[in-house]
Design a protein around this ligand. Sequence first.
Ligand code: KG4
Ligand code: ZN
Length: 344
Amino acid sequence: MEKQLEYLLAVETSCDETAAAVVDSNLDILSNVVVSQNDLHQRFGGVVPEIASREHVRKIVPAIDSALRKAGVSYKQLSAIAVTAQPGLAGSLIVGLTAAKTIACAKNIPLIAVNHLEAHIYACRMAAGRDVFPAIGFVVSGGHTNLYDCPNATDYRLIGSTLDDAAGEAFDKVAHILGLPYPGGPEISQIAQNGNADKYQFPRTFLKEDRLAFSFSGIKTAVLYEVQGQPGSSKIPQKMTTQRRADIAASFQQAVVDVLIAKCRQAIGKYGYRTLCVGGGVAANVLFRTTLEKMADDFDVNLFIAPMELCTDNAAMAGIAWEYYKNGEFSELDVDIKAGMVRH
Ligand code: KG4
Ligand code: ZN
């Protein structure tokens, strides 16, 4: 007899997206609601934590209602509720976790706290429709640039990260320098299409070093000096034109992608895996995706990149909770958040 499908409600509020999704026990996504707060944070050039928390308070119940309605699933049909409990902005995480605990309590269903970074990698597994582990996992987002050794779907061992800014953060800060709105990644990749990526040689930190580490603060400063001039220098910076902005954006994007790709290759070489899973907001970048595909072809690597809608923050990727559900690994109702997304 075929096993009956079960349903999981997933909630995600780690940063500035209020998200809820319903994922069935086959890992099919029945709904994936993401309420973006971009317009609220845009004029500040980045996420303002208190504004984010307050907006989650307003949007969390409508987002959950909408996810259930779109999936055609009722509270009664839920087998469990998954929620992002770490890492992220404390005030944001607390809203999602409290909502999820309330539902778990009221409906008497298990609560499963998930790690947002592991979920970013697991998005690749969900989209693949089959097991993808063991693999090198790579989360490239606004808060993290993390490489993981992933022997299986629930084991994520950090093997490399950034010493300062995250890659997405660099996109956001460089966009700000260029006068582009938040979030900067999509804006930069858009205008870079008309730019010359060889025009400016921005630093590619650790590119040649045999070390799984990233640093993006140097490139951000290099762009700042290119645009505004170097402090103490008498050289007057060139006038900003549409073409110059596009050239700077393209050169910056190319430098970041060069480093990301080089470190993926190093990680694969070091750990001997043939599979690479890439997720997080920056994995939505078209140049990064196409360069990854070329690298995977050249070096015979099985590449899984999260599909666009699962790259940026969403609740569906918290479908990783099914892995814990299968093992009967549930969270206590006094589980706390772990914050820890540091923005430099
Ligand atoms: O994963 P995500 O939605 O949130 C975090 O967990 O941080 O990632 C957001 C980041 C932002 O920094 C944004 O600028 C970047 O992902 N991003 C991109 C693109 N789309 C989003 N960066 C480069 N190119 C893109 N197309
Ligand atoms: Zn994220």
